[in-house]
Design a protein around this ligand. Sequence first.
Ligand SMILES: [Zn+2]
Length: 335
Amino acid sequence: MSSPSNIQIPSRRALLKVAAGGAAAIGIGGWAAGSAFGKVPLAAQQAPGFYRRKVGDLEVTALLDGTLTFDQGTILALVPKASADSVKPLNDKYFVPASGAVTLAINAYVVNSGDKTILIDTGSADKFGPTAGGLPLALTAAGFDPASVDMVVLTHAHPDHAAGLIDAKGAAVFPNAEVVLSETESKYWADAGTRTRLPDSQKGFFDIAGASLKPYAARTRLIANAADVAPGISSIALPGHTPGHTGYRISSGDQQLLIFGDAVHIVEWMFEKPDWTMAFDVDPETAAATRKQLFDMAASDRILVAGMHMPFPGFGHIGREGNGYRFVPAAWAPL
Ligand SMILES: [Zn+2]
């Protein structure tokens, strides 16, 4: 049996030599030889993020609004059941950087039937700094004009989901869209008592929710659990993160996708530890119970899922792992 030191890994130079015929034609040979071919300035900025999947006859486009990175101290303060010791094995297993900093994506999804363009969540606009707020760029890059959006459907009204409804002046970004959200969610954010009850660090969420929904007041539709939102889209109450937090089941033919919003924030921790809730969960106990029910259903029924804070584009499956679960990113699929 050979020891690892006996394993011969071919050098890049050797690989390039083997590939030389084809590589030269596509410019890789130029890199190896140091010629000017292929000399392009480094971009130094990320491209707008969008990615499509087919669900039956519907085309679903994931949009990346951006990312948020929390240092270890901050994220542990936000997840009270976690500690530096208890996250260590998970961080090692899932390749969280040695600093312990955790990065969350902010995703949104467009469902296009060919007749209707429906946007699920709107990203964070200018509320979370320079690493987020890219949804308008991603939307345009994916071929959608804000004016072509017929319906904006919200999982809930936290700022990283609803702030993109308005521009910096407070005007509607989507001039022709009906806004759809849960009746429970609407009532929660319309109640002045909510602002009083929120911790000081989250009182701004209340103000942003109100400002974001306001220009759409005359064209807002409130829905119940299991409501038909649009052909092929129905609501699933996923309470706890907020009282009216809602997932959406996208169905066409024999295929379906369950967009679960903020049922999970930290992919590296919360599948194995589904009872680890966040400070942003309005009712942590209910949030944990909802999450476990969701995981159990998605694992049993082998449903394709997507989430707003899953690594972009966020599509995958939920499998069982020990006493918890695991997330398996979905493979690329043709349209
Ligand atoms: Zn969120």
